[in-house]
Design a protein. Structure first.
Lengths: 245, 300
């Protein structure tokens, strides 16, 4: 299993996709943090803490997971991958763990960078900065969300093997379906895999700073495990029963 | 036990029976050609052998084990499939490194196999810039990475230029001489005829012939002898009395299936017939292929 994990991580490190997504996630997260740090006034400790939940790693690592799995079919590399690792369930598990780890790395880079830059700007402007305990609290939540979404992305990519369909589907759910559902039926929306669950773990505030009726972090983690379990099982069943012609 | 044993292998896709009850062995130290027209079931058989396709019935075993049950499959079996594909954004070297890590092979093997296939200079270029021949060489390098005991190659000469084909022929022979079992599918009959020791011929998913090349070329009774003498009638009588079937040729001479030229020579000597020509008659592989598969000469 460790060889498979190392191979999957090496795959990630040897294409430009991972670097591009790290760059994009970092740029977007920094843009938001820098603008808010510069343009907003009268920060409270809570504001300073909430600023660093602006880690946009989640969407990028989800897409990275989707590409990591669906891309095996797009580039027809699934054959050589399965030849090297014929136990398909072990292979899928290695991918899930690898992309969870990649999510942690990606989020660690982004969160630490925005924390550093945001804190420097707030300090320079004489604004209140987040307490170290709050920073640690935000950090572990961001890392956990990224790990869960990396694993989820692999599951989605294993079910929807058409990479374009999978990416468009994830974006539609994340930016259209879940927000709409959250607005209309929040009792259902808060169980969503791309917004509700991660929001519950992060306890991200609403746009107006109001508290949102998220699931508690513990329940949100369980819900995310449920989504991952569903997609993992469907992906495993599909992979196991497939003829690779 | 042969290193590769296929027993009663069948694969059905919907209403199509692509492979129908195939059984044969691949022996160590020999190159086995796997022949058949398009759609005969060659690739399906190879993919079933490698665990990529789930057989409807039968088994395909390496030293008694399914491919997916092998401890380190790429150390046991190296495979080049017809549509070898690579991530276009990854370099050839990195592609092999990924396979070396997952197969638990020393990373030094990467440089060795790159050199063996002549790709060292292009190793750090991204695969999307490779020609078809270079991709084929990279696929072969990947197959050799684990220094496997069994090599399975599906149309390995696709995309190779003449020097590449010659290199491939030498590589197959070298691998067999080192005791490896080599199974190579190809539609290039002349190419196969120069490279293989044994032949498996299939058509419409069914086995048509299997055995040493000379035996398959000679038809069901093995090689035939083409003999010409000063008294064909007397020689024909002697051969028939010895229990052989004899076919007189229209312009003189006899064809005697299932007997060697040496034995015909002895019978002719005993009968007191002077010979003016004596040799083994074999079909070309192309003739044998068409006779066995029932294909038209225009095929492939």
């Amino acid at each position: 299993m460790s060889a498979l994990l190392r191979a999957e991580l090496l795959k990630l490190a040897t294409t430009r996709t991972f670097v591009a997504l790290v760059g994009a996630a970092l740029a977007l997260s920094l843009l938001v943090v820098v603008l808010v740090s510069i343009l907003s006034d009268n920060f409270t400790e809570d504001d300073a803490r909430d600023l660093f939940t602006a880690d946009f790693t989640g969407m990028f690592i989800t897409l990275l997971g989707v590409i990591g799995m669906a891309g095996e079919w797009r580039h027809r590399t699934i054959t050589s991958t399965v030849l090297a690792a014929p136990d398909r369930i072990k292979l899928l598990s290695a991918k899930v763990i690898s992309y969870a780890a990649a999510g942690v790395v990606l989020s660690l880079i982004v969160t630490l960078t925005i924390m550093l830059v945001g804190t420097i700007i707030l300090s320079a402007r004489g604004e209140v900065t987040a307490a170290p305990a709050d920073l640690i609290d935000v950090l572990w939540r961001n890392l956990l969300i990224a790990a869960l979404l990396g694993a989820l992305g692999i599951g989605i990519g294993g079910v929807l093997r058409n990479q374009i369909v999978a990416i468009v589907g994830v974006l539609f759910v994340a930016f259209v379906l879940e927000p709409t559902l959250f607005g209309l039926v929040p009792e259902v929306g808060k169980f969503g895999p791309t917004g509700g669950g991660p929001g519950g773990i992060a306890q991200t505030p609403g746009f107006d700073g109001e508290e949102v009726d998220y699931l508690s972090p513990g329940i949100a983690v369980l819900v995310m495990f449920g989504w991952i379990g569903v997609f993992y099982a469907a992906s495993a069943a599909r992979l196991r029963g497939s003829d690779l012609v | 036990m042969a290193p590769v044993e296929i027993r009663g292998l069948s694969k059905r896709f919907g209403n199509v029976l692509a492979v129908d009850d195939l059984s044969f062995d691949i022996e160590a130290g020999r190159v086995t050609g796997f022949l058949g027209p398009n759609g005969a079931g060659k690739s399906t058989t190879l993919r079933a052998l490698l665990g990529l396709i789930i057989p409807t019935a039968g088994t395909a075993l390496f030293d008694g084990r399914n491919y997916e049950k092998l401890q380190r499959p790429s150390a046991k079996v190296g495979a080049v499939l017809e549509d070898a594909s690579f991530h276009p954004g990854r370099s050839g070297r990195n592609h092999l490194k990924v396979l070396a890590v997952s197969g638990r092979h020393p990373l030094e093997r990467v440089d060795l196999v790159l050199e063996a296939v002549g790709l060292t200079a292009a190793a750090d270029r991204r695969v999307k810039g490779y020609s078809m021949g270079m991709r084929q060489r990279l696929a072969i390098a990947a197959a050799l990475l684990g220094d496997p005991e069994v090599l399975i190659l599906d149309e390995p000469t696709n995309g190779l230029d003449p020097p590449g084909i010659a290199w491939m022929r030498g590589m197959l022979r070298e691998q067999a001489d080192r005791g490896r079992a080599v199974l190579v599918s190809s539609h290039l009959l002349a190419e196969v005829a120069q490279s293989v020791d044994d032949v498996v011929v299939i058509a419409r998913g069914k086995m048509r012939a299997h055995g040493p090349l000379e035996q398959v070329l000679g038809g069901g009774e093995g090689p035939a002898t083409d003999v010409r003498s000063q008294d064909d009638a007397k020689l024909e009588r002697a051969l028939r009395e010895a229990g052989f079937t004899v076919t007189p040729l229209p312009n003189g001479g006899l064809i005697v299936p299932g007997v060697s030229p040496t034995d015909v020579g002895v019978i002719a000597h005993d009968a007191g017939v002077y010979l003016v020509g004596l040799g083994q008659q074999t079909r070309s592989l192309e003739q044998a292929f068409f006779a066995l598969t029932g294909e038209e000469l225009t095929a492939e």
